[in-house]
Design a protein around this ligand. Structure first.
Ligand code: GLA
Length: 381
């Protein structure tokens, strides 16, 4: 890195360091700008994080949403690789979780019901007969407290949210903290922690839609993907796991070697039919539970951009944008058509509260939920 860039990067960090939510000058600082007001009158702020390489990420405290993420291609050209919208009102009403945190329980819970310590809890069914992504007003639709971290050498924003006891039907007051860092290795790192005052279930994930050619620049079917998983969790027609951990071998779910997403997505296969394409949870080959593990690698041949996902979670939902159908106009007026973006959502398995053989997602008072997920960007020649 040349000297001028180093000084500039230093300045960015320094300015970020000034913008704590309660600090003076918060509103005026260019790193921390208003992104409008929610329908119920809450002020929303946008933060810009820039690392030493010039990679840039914008986030806001509504849904802790990643608004944009600009990373270089093999020639150093930056492009925004996440789908999104220009306006807050669109995020409130019409996006399918673009860039958002998803919780308290990401993915599906069968028939919106689970039993914990002998007590049955009922959730809203917002996805056919099932509960999806934390409910009618999940973590993606609330305003988080946010502050730029002053202690971090790399630009970072801390988000906190206190989810009430009984919110969306879940027991226990859950205190959630997330730190988003844009590292100098061009990584978007998320560190999650949560504590509760009553036993509850927790499964928090991140829902950015990626397109490594640049958001809005065609579908993602030519991206080559490798998933470090020998098994996946097959689902029924409503996308609830049957409970089986099925080998991927000899199925279109086998991404143990790199293959284009589109190579088999339209094959005749019951699982692909149920998902309308890939919309499944893979069981990551983890040596030890909770160990940070390289889970997925995706390369886009034309730009040379590569995304690797590392996570401490046991599973990853790979969803290839099957529900995108051209009805959403995103950033800069671009229309997001079928499969214009893909999601990689590190998580516990769907419907875990109803499957004793899946890794448990129960959090009890005195315990701390922890997750680290890294979206690492690089390039190949
Ligand atoms: C997840 C689900 C999909 C869909 C998207 C949002 O990836 O598994 O079925 O709900 O979120 O549209």
């Amino acid at each position: 890195m040349n000297g001028k860039r180093a000084v500039l990067a230093g300045l960015m960090v320094a300015r970020l360091g000034l913008v704590g939510c309660s600090g003076p000058g918060t509103k005026e600082d260019s790193m921390n700008k208003s992104f409008g007001t929610t329908k119920d009158g809450q002020a929303v702020e946008r933060f810009t994080l820039k690392n030493k390489n010039g990679a840039e990420m914008q986030v806001m405290n509504f849904g802790a949403i990643v608004l944009s993420l600009k990373v270089p291609d093999r020639h150093g050209q930056l492009a925004d690789v996440v789908l999104g919208c220009d306006q807050l009102s669109d995020y409130e009403t019409k996006t399918p979780y673009f860039g958002a945190v998803v919780g308290r329980y990401g993915n599906r819970i069968a028939k919106g019901q689970f039993t914990l310590d002998g007590q049955t809890y009922t959730l809203a069914t917002n996805n056919g007969p099932n509960a999806l992504h934390g409910g009618l007003k999940g973590f993606d639709k609330v305003v988080w407290k946010a502050k730029a971290l002053q202690t971090s050498a790399e630009p970072a924003v801390e988000f906190t949210y206190a989810s009430k006891d009984g919110e969306e039907g879940y027991p226990g007051k859950l205190a959630v903290k997330m730190v988003y860092t844009l590292t100098d290795k061009n990584e978007f790192k998320i560190q999650y922690t949560a504590t509760t005052d009553k036993p509850t279930v927790v499964n928090i994930t991140h829902h950015s839609y990626f397109n490594l050619a640049g958001a809005g620049h065609g579908d993602i079917l030519g991206h080559e993907m490798m998933i470090n998983a020998d098994r996946f969790t097959p689902v029924d027609v409503t996308l609830i796991p049957t409970g089986e951990l099925r080998p991927v071998k000899d199925t279109p779910m086998d991404f143990t070697k790199p293959l284009a997403i589109g190579a088999r997505v339209n094959q005749t296969d019951e699982q692909l039919k149920f998902g309308g394409g890939y919309d499944h949870n893979w069981v990551i080959n983890q040596k030890q539970a909770g160990e940070l593990t390289a889970a997925v690698r995706v390369a886009e041949p034309k730009s040379g951009r590569v995304l690797e996902v590392l996570t401490t979670e046991p599973g990853v939902q790979f969803y290839c944008g099957n529900f995108l159908d051209g009805t959403i106009t995103g950033k800069g007026g671009q229309v997001y058509k079928h499969r214009y973006g893909f999601c990689l959502e590190p998580q516990h398995f769907p419907d875990s509260p109803n499957h004793a053989n899946f890794p448990a997602c129960v959090l009890r008072p005195g315990q701390t939920y922890q997750q680290t997920t890294i979206y690492r960007f690089s390039t190949v020649k």
